[in-house]
Design a protein. Structure first.
Length: 208
């Protein structure tokens, strides 16, 4: 696919994982936890994140690990998410949302528990991977955009999203956010306020 790199990176994910797991061990854990389709998506986001890191002079290993793990918690049960919100005394408003919002914002706590990830930048990029934010770091943008354009994605507009991402990470964030909001409004779904913050922070990138 577009974002598959030839030479493998060293399998140094250990340096970010408190429990000492290397990439192969992480893959095994994720394979047990996720459907085959979701697991393939995570591998696709890993590759796309590495690619975007290369284009934007960012640490490829760190971006790849954040991309690989971003949907780690996607298939937790609602009861598991609600228990984590209580356990870590997270914002009680989270309980008014669902899996779409929980798998990033609450999922990071499960990732810390299971894998010992302590890198604050990786955790933040996973926390905000669905909504974006008004204050996105380069890593946040890489994971947010990689999630949208990875090789397995197939929806109207994905080719243009890939093209925009090749030119400008900021414009790709703007493009993705505008399209996601349109999609949510078309389906009469509630919009998480942070998604609107992202739109406002990047909307200027749509007018160039
Ligand atoms: P995925 O986990 O790889 O499917 O991708 P994401 O984590 O980016 O998004 C998960 C789902 O959440 C998608 O269906 C998005 O359209 C949806 N989503 C993104 N932002 C919002 C929001 O503000 N509100 C709601 N209700 N859903 C959202
Ligand atoms: Fe996700
Ligand atoms: Fe995803």
């Amino acid at each position: 696919g577009l974002y598959q790199e030839s030479g493998a990176l060293s399998l140094m994910y250990e340096k970010f994982l408190g429990h000492g797991y290397d990439r192969d061990q992480v893959l095994k854990i994720m394979q047990d936890r996720l459907s085959a389709k979701r697991f393939q998506h995570c591998l696709g986001v890993e590759a796309a994140a590495q690619h975007l890191a290369q284009v934007n002079a960012y640490d490829r290993e760190k971006a790849g690990l954040a991309g690989l793990l971003h949907d780690y918690a996607k298939e937790l049960s609602n009861d598991d998410f609600l228990a984590l919100i209580d356990k870590y005394q997270l914002d009680p408003d989270l309980k008014n949302w669902g899996n779409n919002i929980w798998h990033g914002k609450v999922g990071v706590y499960k990732i810390q528990e299971d894998l010992g990830v302590t890198d604050a930048e990786i955790l933040k990029s996973i926390e905000d991977h669905t909504t974006g934010s008004g204050q996105m770091t380069t890593l946040d943008k890489i994971v947010y955009v990689a999630d949208y354009i990875e090789d397995n994605r197939d929806f109207p507009g994905v080719a243009q999203a890939r093209q925009v991402a090749q030119d400008s990470l900021d414009r790709a964030v703007a493009y993705e956010t505008a399209h996601t909001l349109t999609h949510l409004i078309d389906r009469k779904l509630p919009i998480y306020p942070q998604t609107i913050e992202t739109y406002n922070a990047f909307v200027g990138e749509l007018r160039y």
